[in-house]
Design a protein around this ligand. Structure first.
Ligand code: GUN
Ligand code: ZN
Length: 450
């Protein structure tokens, strides 16, 4: 635990609510602000002048080290609510939509994760990439192999990260060597929950891949696990692709609709996170809202696989919780700035507005709410874990030039959201400790061979 207390100075932005609800009151912006971190947690937030004068008055200023990021933007670490660990080596694979893409690209790659050493090596590349992109928490699909989860959690634990992950459960409609069965998937998940859930900053997600790859009996075992461990997550896919939706109808003829399959199995709950949710009915939206379940919106993936245009407006109207997911490797970028930028373009195609405030809310507090972690991560409320990032307005000469032509805070943030990527993430902090410095990382400029 970090015992050094630090004051971080710079422009500071965070969110206290959804801009769709609170408008301009949803964000806090402190030009020349100060974020005070004590023992890895947020202790004070405000204008630099006020915070320094209070500490001086109380003769406490000497107790703090001061780190300055003048003219840079300090924000909470970003939260990726849906990403696949094993798919990083085939990100950007050519030419297919979901169901063929799974069999051509995803399944063959996932077979490699039976080897724990391989899974560890990939986990480290994956975690480096998250931190480089300013993502400090993620909800992660591992593979069907428990080894993949052990490897991932082992490496995340070494870095003191808040990560949520789980073993994929799938007992049908997949290659034989990626298939588990009802009893092994239950037993292996249970062992992993006992071993990792709530250990340090790690949490477990029961992870049936999607309805087509689980039997009714396996979905029933997912419910048993959620009943036995009520604070674990449920993480799966929902209503992403038209052919997938048709397939679900034939596999589960007795369920009302796609979400109904999960609902009938007792899996639609407060900590349930459903990736995509593109083709949902009014009934499904209402059911998600009533049960406080969340959707992870994955725009780069939805465009890459040609899956469809997400109905964010309907989520707002129904008060469905939404976070943002990269869905790497169907998603094409680790960057949640790029992900928010693609979300903007999807809303343009639907003739809906999507402000920078909305985008930056979704990648921070929106993600925390989707994961039921508000008050722990996602903003700078007192007591929150001090996972945060420093965004560099001068990341490239051109970005500097473009930003010099912005007049309002929203213009500045919108430019950062549309043009920003990992080059803008100057520094990433975990519990108040610097874990990624862009200028050092890019000087070495290498990704390990695997
Ligand atoms: N549906 C079931 N599995 C997957 C997957 O690995 N990626 C995406 N995008 N959708 C899925
Ligand atoms: Zn996915």
């Amino acid at each position: 635990m970090n015992s050094v207390n630090t004051i971080f100075c710079g422009d500071i932005l965070d969110f206290v609510d959804d801009p769709a609800i609170q408008g301009e009151n949803a964000h806090r912006f402190f030009a020349q602000g100060a974020l005070v971190v004590e023992n890895g947690k947020v202790a004070k937030l405000g204008y630099e002048q006020d915070i320094f004068s209070d500490l001086r008055k109380n003769n406490q200023l000497a107790d703090y080290q001061v780190v300055r990021y003048d003219d840079q933007l300090i924000m909470p670490g970003m939260i990726d609510t849906h990403i696949h660990l094993p798919q990083i080596e085939m990100i950007g694979a050519y030419g297919e939509q979901l169901l063929t893409w799974l069999t051509e690209y995803a399944f063959p790659t996932e077979k490699k994760f039976a080897n724990e050493e391989y899974a560890k090596a990939i986990s480290n590349i994956f975690l480096d990439e998250l931190l480089k992109n300013g993502t400090t928490t993620a909800l992660v699909f591992c593979t069907v192999h428990p080894e993949s989860v052990n490897a991932f959690f082992t490496e995340a634990q070494k870095r003191n990260l808040r990560m949520i992950a789980g073993k994929v459960m799938m007992d049908r409609n997949c290659p034989e060597d990626l298939s588990d069965c009802v009893s092994s998937s239950y037993q292996e998940s249970k062992v992993l929950i006992e071993k990792w859930h709530n250990v340090d900053r790690l949490q477990y997600a029961v992870t049936p891949r999607f309805a087509p790859t689980s039997s009714d009996e396996q979905l029933a075992q997912c419910k048993t696990l959620l009943d036995e461990y009520p604070d674990v997550y449920l993480h799966t896919h929902l209503s992403e692709n038209h052919n997938e939706c048709e397939w679900v109808k034939t596999l589960f003829p007795n369920s009302t609709d796609y979400l109904g399959v999960y609902e009938d199995a007792g899996l639609v709950r407060k900590r349930s996170v459903f990736a995509h949710g593109i083709h949902l009915s009014e009934r499904e939206m209402t059911c998600l809202a009533d049960n406080q379940a969340a959707i992870s919106h994955c725009p780069t993936s939805n465009l890459f696989l040609g899956s469809g245009l997400f109905n964010l407006k309907s989520c707002e109207q129904h008060k469905v919780k939404v976070g943002m997911g990269t869905d790497v490797g169907a998603g094409t970028s680790f960057s949640l700035l790029q992900t928010a930028s693609e979300a903007y373009k999807i809303q343009q195609l639907k003739h809906e507005k999507f402000s920078a405030f909305k985008g930056l809310y979704l990648v921070t507090l929106g993600g925390a709410r989707a994961l039921d972690l508000e008050g722990t991560i996602g903003n700078f409320d007192l007591g929150c874990e001090a996972d945060f990032i420093v965004l560099d307005n001068q990341a490239t000469p051109f970005l500097n030039f473009r930003l010099s032509h912005t007049r309002t805070l929203h213009e500045r943030l919108f430019t950062l959201m549309m043009l920003g990527d990992d080059r803008c993430i100057k520094e990433t902090y975990i519990m108040g400790q610097s874990v990624h410095q862009r200028d050092l990382a890019y000087a070495s400029n290498k990704v390990e061979e695997c």
